[in-house]
Design a protein around this ligand. Structure first.
Ligand SMILES: Cc1cc2nc3c(=O)[nH]c(=O)nc-3n(C[C@H](O)[C@H](O)[C@H](O)COP(=O)(O)OP(=O)(O)OC[C@H]3O[C@@H](n4cnc5c(N)ncnc54)[C@H](O)[C@@H]3O)c2cc1C
Length: 388
């Protein structure tokens, strides 16, 4: 293991890999990723639903999406890796009048930024996703360039491209401490020795707060468990009894969502009773709650058995927006944390922005003020409303 590095990145998920890639592009190649697990992408990145969308309520998040989706569309050319990107669209169903009005205002903002989003009547929404029931739905929004991609492909693509330029990866190596002296980062302590460095990137996902504590910082990121269920094959005698494409359907008020996965359906929902914690055990009794909503929107799910389920951790901030940038109290400590359920899709742009901040002291062509660490010290920022 190296004894010194220009930059040490803690965490080998999509964020750590993206930062390494973009630093390498900027010519910073004396970098390492330190990852506790035996492979990259074993944390939240390997447990997510792969959803990628432009449809956010805040301009900053739409801008992150525009840049990230552009990079995903060019991913193979830029890294040589396939990411199985299917742009079959995201369909948001709105049953509450106020939410539908808010979404229509969001669509105006999204269009102003150049994103093509349609407002649909319930019947039009139903035709887009065969099998869907739209009882009680007032309207819907649809963006055809939203979609589903492979999180492991993105992570490995970024990591391998950075490695080819000199970045090193230490797996099965846990960060146990951070040395700070006179307000500056000095070194990272790991289970395999210390690495002296002037720059640390906290890319530890749901463990971001613990890494912050090692440097005397309180980073407001809470780990919240989320479940994903996958059905057995839903091909019957008449063919596939679910949407043939991979459109992502989200019932906004209940947060129930689904998309086709192979011959079955992948689905999930948030649980308002979930408390912060690191437990990722599947709570099978939660499936009952999901089913109460799911069977109303997609009745054919009643005929399908569950083939597979898992749980992972969202990394949630108080305003559901990420933290991208430095901690002013500890020179050399940078964060790319707290993406609150939409981190995979924003990892390409977020990594580019943090690499800019590290190299130039500021992000090129992007106002990072909604994502600063300092924003939590004042009045509660408005944040992101479209959290699923
Ligand atoms: C069920 C679920 C569904 C989701 N669906 C979507 C979706 O559809 N679209 C979307 O965009 N996002 C989605 N997300 C969110 C997305 O997965 C995360 O925002 C994203 O993966 C965060 O990436 P990360 O690299 O910051 O974290 P992680 O992938 O968790 O990576 C952090 C890494 O740090 C390592 N680490 C932690 N502590 C240490 C230490 N002390 N020493 C060394 N290594 C350490 C961990 O082992 C881990 O590999 C979903 C999340 C979940 C749980």
């Amino acid at each position: 293991m190296k004894k010194t590095a220009e930059v040490v990145i803690i965490g080998g998920g999509c964020m750590g890999a993206s930062v390494a890639f973009h630093l390498a592009r900027r010519g910073v190649t004396d970098t390492v990723i330190v990852e506790r697990e035996s492979m990259l992408g074993a944390g939240s990145t390997g447990r997510n639903a792969g959803g990628v969308r432009h449809q956010f309520s805040s301009e900053s998040n739409v801008r992150l999406s525009i840049e990230s989706i552009g990079m995903m569309e060019r991913f193979y050319e830029e890294t040589g890796f396939e990411i199985d990107f299917h742009q079959d669209g995201y369909l948001f169903l709105l049953s509450d009048e106020e939410n539908f009005s808010q979404f229509q205002r969001n669509v105006e903002m999204q269009r102003r930024l150049g994103v093509a989003v349609d407002v649909l009547a319930p019947e039009e929404a139903r035709r887009l996703a065969p099998g869907l029931e739209v009882e009680g739905v007032r309207g819907a929004t649809f963006c055809a360039r939203d979609g589903i991609a492979d999180p492991n492909g993105v992570t490995l693509g970024f990591a391998k491209a950075a490695q080819a330029r000199g970045m090193e990866i230490y797996r099965e190596t846990e960060v146990t401490g951070i040395r700070v002296e006179s307000g500056r980062v000095l070194a990272v302590e790991t289970t395999h020795g210390a690495i002296s460095t002037p720059i640390i990137v906290n890319a530890a996902g749901p463990y971001a707060r613990r890494i912050g504590e090692m440097a005397g910082l309180d980073i407001p990121v809470a780990p919240i468990r989320r479940h994903i269920f996958i059905t057995e094959s839903m091909i019957d005698g008449a063919g596939l009894s679910v949407p043939a494409n991979r459109i992502m359907v989200i019932d906004f008020e209940t947060t129930f969502y689904f998309h086709r996965e192979g011959a079955g359906i992948l689905f999930g929902m948030s649980d308002a009773e979930e408390r912060p914690g690191f437990d990722m055990t599947v709570q099978w009794e939660f499936l009952e709650k999901v089913n109460q909503v799911a069977l109303r929107r997609l009745p054919r799910l009643a005929d399908a058995g569950i083939a597979h389920a898992w749980a992972g951790l969202y990394e949630v901030t108080p305003d559901a927006n990420p933290i991208i940038g430095p901690a002013r109290e500890v020179e050399g400590f940078f964060m790319i944390n707290g993406f609150s359920g939409h981190g995979f899709q924003h990892s390409p742009a977020a990594g580019r922005l943090l690499a800019d901040v590290i190299v130039d002291g500021a992000a090129r062509d992007f106002d990072l003020s909604p994502f600063t660490f300092e924003r939590f010290t004042g009045a509660k920022p408005e944040g992101e409303m479209n959290v699923v």
